[in-house]
Design a protein around this ligand. Structure first.
Ligand code: FES
Length: 152
């Protein structure tokens, strides 16, 4: 049986009806067609599904949508302002912070949170904060460079 759910996603208010067991990730991708948020492992190990909930980063695959009632969710689709990329998106382009790109939305959402939460004071600190976001292509050094660039 579906339950009602009110959420704000990328500045747009939604009144939804969801199965209680639906994850936020599946809600975003399947019900709202916001497919920028990726499903890698679906069990909290890869970070591809990272979004912000009231400004805090979360793994949307581990989050039941109903627990987000009334929250403000930001996904990768919500970062750019019209045609203007977010500075972190610009920095990933400039520093080649991706190869295949699959992990990139999650990497960028974590990277934005890394600076906002004050964990970008050294390369080591950035690597530690970003350690939950796996990149199989091994773009890690460039991702750290991108974050350092935005931080300065
Ligand atoms: Fe959520 Fe991998 S899909 S952490």
């Amino acid at each position: 049986e579906k339950v009602p759910l009110k959420l704000e996603i990328n500045g747009v208010k939604h009144t939804l009806s969801v199965e209680p067991r639906t994850t936020l990730l599946d809600l975003l991708r399947e019900q709202l067609h916001l497919t920028g948020t990726k499903k890698g492992c679906d069990y909290g190990q890869c970070g591809a599904c990272t979004v912000h909930s009231d400004g805090q980063r979360i793994n949307s695959c581990l989050t039941l949508a109903v627990t987000e009632e009334g929250k403000k969710i930001t996904t990768i689709e919500g970062l750019a302002k019209g045609d203007t990329l977010h500075p972190m998106q610009e920095a990933f382009v400039k520093h080649d912070g991706f190869q295949c790109g699959y992990c990139t939305p999650g990497q960028i959402m974590s990277a934005v949170a890394c600076i906002r939460e004050g964990h970008a004071n050294s390369e080591d600190e950035i690597r530690e904060y970003m350690s939950g976001n796996i990149c199989r292509c091994g773009a890690y050094p460039n991702i750290v460079d991108a974050i350092m660039d935005v931080k300065k």
